[in-house]
Design a protein around this ligand. Structure first.
Ligand SMILES: *[C@@H]1O[C@H](CO)[C@@H](O)[C@H](O)[C@H]1NC(C)=O
Ligand SMILES: *[C@@H]1O[C@H](CO)[C@@H](O)[C@H](O)[C@H]1NC(C)=O
Ligand SMILES: *[C@@H]1O[C@H](CO)[C@@H](O)[C@H](O)[C@H]1NC(C)=O
Ligand SMILES: *[C@@H]1O[C@H](CO)[C@@H](O)[C@H](O)[C@H]1NC(C)=O
Length: 810
């Protein structure tokens, strides 16, 4: 009778806190958890709140309520999305608005003011403002645009629009719209290697472009009727100018073109372009990278000149590279010119000569080592020698001649070049296109992996527990103590330790037994006499409750092949985990340390099966959402009977059930040699990355040597792995078991079960498939290892090996 009422009250209080509102008052906040936690303008045309930009990644944004795809017009934290749980936007007492992440770090904030703020609200024109009690504006989003201007929002000497990096992405790209130092409104490409202005027409003077440099007010604005006026005399009107009721936006698009859009009047929620700065988007600079040529013939496209190929097949920003080498000085007869009709590359001229013949122009270029080619205007005989080719596109009256030689580029050099691209693996997480890895790596989202869904579980559990303690302890009132007590009463397995208790148990942290990325591990003996591993975590910045919520989830994960967590300590700045102590050290020591007795075959097979079972449990049985992310021998511990136990969930990624694969966010650090190819690319992270790492571990178990060692060098990493898989794959296909003796660890002196060895190699090869989707699940792996009969499985696995051109013979 009483309980339903309580639940109703609880529900009401929760739901009222998260309903759309028109004001955000001082000391209150919007929360990421509830999609209805929004600020909406009075006429409802704009909404602001948390906006999902990736798997568990959110920005705080303003968007058009009525547009079909919730078109975003402003973003607070475009390059630093926050977690989908526990993130908040708070209006603080000091006038600042602060966006905090789940771990309390501030992802974005406005400056504090001297006045006391009263409230934040979203105006009908899309301006998010913080006001004091007299209605004076303390801060407004109109002063810090991202890639879009709204009617009545001026661009001034202090503001600049910056494009997004790619279609559908929100993070900052390379294009800018701004007033330059000579008071002229311009569009500029500011890329990793070059930067250049491309609008207004860079081949004409300011005057020829109809601008002036004499008005230093630097102010431009689009009015409600769709006409735009700038202080440098630049002006334009929308195609549907004069209709103030139409909703418009002026956006610097990811392709570098500035476009004015109108929302369709027929309520379809679609946008139509009513003006654009450049008629031909290929006039934008930097679009196709070095040596690349832009074509807008049938949609926007880039291509490479003959004799060139794309430097990074996933990214036009790095352009094209030649298949020849130009080492200077070259003999004249070694030089050839690649001819491109009706093409020009803008800029980077070393020399200009007019009225010369084509042959003379060639001679000028051949004589100059810096000259990589030239453009030539046939009619007027103007010859531009160029030091580098950028901003290529089709033009009617100019031809391009690229200097080349018959000497092929050294293969080695090309591979080295490619390894630069591969270093992207080390740039931690990303959203959207891989292009941004080249430049912006400011994301610090290690927590995404570890902390993502823990918060939700915490919330759900918190509710569960609160109900529990309302039941049990409804007469007492110290919330915090009660939470802990109630939790204890309900779960009674996992507990909080005091720092002093752990100091005593570890004899003042005297015996260090290990050290990893997340902290130092000490051995200790608890009061009940059990040996424990006490892990002092470094760099944990969350508060007590959050930490508690997180580790309590880890505490509930229980499986024979997973290291058990018994409890934790969270006092002042100390954050410790108390885990089961596993006797025999790590698999890494057992396999690779020459001081250890080599592992026997029986143990190896047992370890292979145990680890697979542990991972299968993490992936499939335990709520289906834990991804370890860092499977390697160092993280596999062995007990007295050589039963493996997987340790270190410090990097575990907790995924939304069913949410996996829907987007492409969140990369965390794995360990080189064990990381799957999809880390380098832009694919979503799923449990299949653990399957890949497991495949590497399996090969190491069989061969007794670090497979990862062989694959440590740059791009050859993937190559070596592919090559090895290809060889093993061929051996498997050929059948028989003789070959496997050559692969198995020599220290076993032939004492092994070749049937099992072949099976392990088969499983490993299928786990190492290029495409995650073709790799088996951990459940299948367990079945595979244990079943004698696996013919069907293997034929499937061979398909999954995609040998690319360079994984040919051995
Ligand atoms: C300079 O530009 C501003 C803003 O467009 C305008 O109001 C002002 O009249 C201009 N000044 C001159 C001298 O043209
Ligand atoms: C709205 O108008 C646009 C073009 O003006 C058209 O493409 C679209 O199909 C229309 N939508 C509806 C729902 O009529
Ligand atoms: C480079 O590629 C072109 C075709 O794209 C080919 O004709 C030429 O022979 C190649 N040159 C070398 C040195 O491999
Ligand atoms: C690529 O990674 C290697 C190994 O970490 C490093 O030594 C090298 O400097 C990196 N190269 C670039 C261009 O970042």
């Amino acid at each position: 009778m009483f309980l339903p009422l309580l639940l109703l009250l609880l529900w009401l209080s929760l739901s009222s806190a998260y309903s759309p509102q028109s004001h955000l008052f001082r000391n209150s906040y919007l929360s990421v958890e509830d999609g209805a936690s929004l600020l909406i303008s009075q006429d409802k045309s704009f909404s602001s709140g948390f906006y999902r930009v990736g798997l568990n990644a959110y920005t705080f944004s303003i968007w058009f309520t009525d547009s079909a795809d919730k078109t975003v017009v402003w973003t607070a934290n475009r390059d630093k999305p926050v977690n989908g749980h526990g993130s908040r936007l708070t209006l603080l007492n000091n006038g600042a608005m602060a966006l905090t992440d789940v771990d309390g770090t501030v992802a974005w904030s406005t400056a504090a003011t001297s006045s006391v703020p009263d409230r934040a609200l979203l105006r009908d024109n899309g301006n998010l403002v913080v006001e004091d009690s007299n209605g004076r504006i303390l801060w407004q989003s109109f002063d810090s645009p991202t890639d879009t201007l709204l009617p009545s929002q001026p661009i001034t000497k202090n503001t600049m629009l910056v494009s997004a990096i790619a279609r559908g992405s929100f993070s900052s790209g390379y294009y800018g719209f701004y007033f330059d130092d000579s008071n002229v409104l311009r569009l500029k490409y500011d890329g990793p290697e070059i930067s250049s202005v491309y609008w207004p027409n860079p081949d004409q003077t300011v005057w020829q472009n109809g601008r002036t440099i004499y008005n230093s007010s630097r102010y431009a604005v689009l009015d409600e009727k769709g006409s735009f006026l700038a202080s440098d005399r630049f002006q334009f009107g929308a195609a549907d100018e004069g209709k103030p009721w139409i909703k418009r936006k002026l956006t610097l698009d990811y392709d570098g073109n500035l476009r004015l859009y109108s929302l369709e009047e027929n309520r379809s929620g679609l946008w139509s372009v009513t003006w654009q700065a450049l008629l031909d988007t290929c006039q934008v600079h930097g679009l196709c990278g070095k040596n690349g040529i832009c074509s807008s013939h049938e949609g926007l496209a880039c291509y490479c000149p003959p004799g060139f190929e794309m430097t990074d097949p996933s990214n036009w920003n790095s352009g094209c590279r030649p298949n020849f080498s130009l080492s200077c000085p070259l003999k004249q007869e070694e030089i050839e010119f690649i001819y491109l009709e009706h093409t020009d590359f803008w800029g980077f001229d070393i020399k200009v000569a007019s009225g010369v013949s084509l042959d003379d122009c060639k001679r000028i270029c051949m004589a100059d080592c810096r000259c990589q080619g030239f453009s030539y205007k046939l009619g007027s005989g103007i010859c531009y020698s160029k030091s580098v080719f950028y901003n290529g596109r089709a033009t009617p009256y100019t031809d391009i001649y690229i200097k080349s030689s018959r000497r092929p580029a050294a293969t080695l050099k090309l591979l080295q070049h490619q390894s630069l691209v591969c270093n992207a693996t080390q740039v931690a997480p990303t959203v959207g296109s891989s292009q941004m890895m080249m430049k912006k790596s400011s994301w610090n989202t290690i927590w995404i992996c570890l902390y993502s869904l823990l918060a939700v579980i915490f919330a759900v559990e918190g509710l569960f527990i609160s109900v529990g303690w309302w039941f049990i302890y409804s007469k007492e009132d110290d919330d915090h103590v009660l939470m802990a007590e109630g939790y204890k009463a309900i779960s009674n397995q996992f507990r909080r330790f005091s720092y002093r208790e752990l100091e005593k148990a570890t004899r003042n942290f005297g015996e260090e037994v290990g050290r990893g990325g997340s902290g130092v591990v000490y051995k200790g003996v608890l009061e009940n006499g059990m040996a424990a591993a006490v892990k002092k975590l470094e760099d944990v910045r969350q508060g007590d409750e959050e930490f508690w919520g997180e580790v309590s989830v880890i505490g509930r994960i229980y499986h024979m092949n997973l290291v058990r967590t018994w409890g934790f300590c969270s006092e002042d700045l100390h954050r410790l985990l108390v885990c089961e102590f596993v006797e025999n050290g790590s698999l890494e020591k057992a396999l690779f340390d020459p001081n250890y007795k080599p592992l026997g075959w029986k143990e190896r097979f047992q370890i292979a099966v145990g680890v697979a079972r542990g991972l299968a449990y993490l992936h499939h049985e335990c709520l289906e959402w834990v991804i370890h992310c860092d499977v390697k021998p160092e993280n596999i511990l062995l007990d007295r009977n050589y039963e493996p136990k997987i340790a270190d969930f410090g990097l575990a990624k907790l995924l939304n059930r069913g949410g996996a694969g829907s987007s492409n966010l969140s990369r965390i650090r794995g360990t080189r040699g064990y990381i799957a190819p999809e880390w380098a690319s832009n694919l979503p992270i799923t449990g299949k990355i653990d399957v890949y790492s497991y495949g590497v571990v399996l090969l190491e178990l069989v061969s007794g040597s670090r497979v990862s060692d062989l694959v440590m060098k740059g791009v050859t990493e993937m190559m070596a792995m592919k090559k090895m898989c290809a060889t093993l794959g061929r051996n498997l296909e050929r059948g028989g078991e003789n070959w496997v003796g050559g692969f198995v660890d020599l220290r076993l002196k032939g004492q092994f079960d070749s049937n099992q060895a072949v099976r392990m190699v088969k499983v490993a090869v299928s786990c190492l498939g290029e495409e995650g989707i073709r790799r088996p699940t951990m459940e299948t792996v367990v079945q595979m290892l244990l079943s004698g009969d696996d013919q069907d499985f293997y034929s499937d696995a061979t398909d999954s090996l995609q040998f690319s051109s360079f994984s040919t013979d051995t």
